[in-house]
Design a protein around this ligand. Structure first.
Ligand code: CO
Length: 149
């Protein structure tokens, strides 16, 4: 007698409405070279996680380009060094860089871009960072990302 009710509650709680709300985030970037979030925590229950980067500024990509790049903390500096060499034509990232877990494209004021992370590619408790690869932006534009734990 109580079982159908319990099942209904479980389905309601684990349904798509809940997932859509908790397994996605919008992060704003500005003409002041900032993100509006310093940290992102992905719940271990999310099979995928969508990040939407919005550039709320007015400056063009060439002057104030922003992207959202995810990697292990230990890979950030090497990715930035190789990205600076790769130049603007490659969004300041070495093409097919295997150290980059995922990334949006480089955008300018008024633009936005989304990526979806397959969380089976993430390790719970690992030390991830997100950052902008535009030259010198990662000094200010970087934050910590965690999955689970
Ligand atoms: Co930037």
């Amino acid at each position: 007698m109580h079982r159908p009710l319990l099942l209904t509650l479980l389905l309601t709680c684990s349904g798509t409405a809940w997932s859509a709300e908790s397994c996605a985030i919008e992060i704003h970037s500005t003409d002041q070279m900032t993100y509006d979030k310093q940290g992102i925590a992905i719940p271990e229950t999310c099979r995928s996680f969508t990040v939407t980067l919005v550039h709320t500024g007015k400056l063009p990509t060439e002057a104030m380009g922003h992207n959202w790049v995810l990697s292990l903390n230990s890979d950030v500096q090497d990715i930035l060094d190789d990205g600076a060499s790769a130049g603007a034509d490659h969004d300041y990232l070495k093409p097919e860089d295997p150290r980059v877990i995922t990334r949006t494209r480089l955008i300018g004021g008024g633009e936005q871009d989304s990526i979806t992370i397959d969380t089976t590619h993430l390790t719970a408790g690992a030390n991830y960072r997100f950052f902008c690869s535009f030259p010198f932006h990662a000094t200010l534009m970087r934050g910590k990302l965690t999955f689970g734990k």
